[in-house]
Ligand binder design. Structure first.
Ligand code: THU
Length: 131
């Protein structure tokens, strides 16, 4: 599938965020960039804590920035870490993203060299929790 014009911008922002990760415990830096329905971009990175369960993922940080700016609907997400293998959102992040994902949200799975795979969000989390 052809990548959209904004793909490179998302990759740049995610890598730049990842380079600022606070990950002294896992040493696994992750960067995320989300694009909203209004064509706005928000990046985030992981923020670890000595109480490991308190760690915030890159996706959560990007969502926080998006909400703070008044945006609510995500059309695209890009995730990149530090290794060559694909990094996909963890289970918690999938549920968190499902709150704000547009029906056809696309997830660009990348490594530091570039694009690996495009996955529809609903393929990552079918039947997400709702009530
Ligand atoms: N991490 C993310 O930032 N996003 C994910 O979807 C998976 C995991 C971070 C959390 C932690 O700082 C590190 O990766 C190792 O688990």
């Amino acid at each position: 599938m052809k990548l959209p014009v904004y793909f490179e911008k998302m990759l740049k922002q995610a890598i730049s965020a990842r380079n600022n990760a606070y990950a002294p415990y896992s040493k696994f830096q992750v960067g995320c960039c989300i694009r909203t329905e209004n064509n706005l971009f928000f990046a985030g990175t992981n923020v670890e804590n000595i109480a490991f369960g308190t760690t915030q993922c890159a996706e959560g940080a990007a969502i926080g920035a998006m909400i703070t700016a008044g945006e609510r609907k995500i059309t695209n997400l890009l995730l990149v870490a530090i290794n060559d293998s694909p990094c996909t959102p963890c289970g918690n992040c999938r549920q968190q993203l499902s709150e704000f994902a547009k029906p056809n949200m696309q997830v660009y799975v990348c490594n530091p060299q570039g694009h690996l795979q495009t996955i529809k969000f609903t393929d990552l989390l079918p039947y997400s929790f709702k009530f």
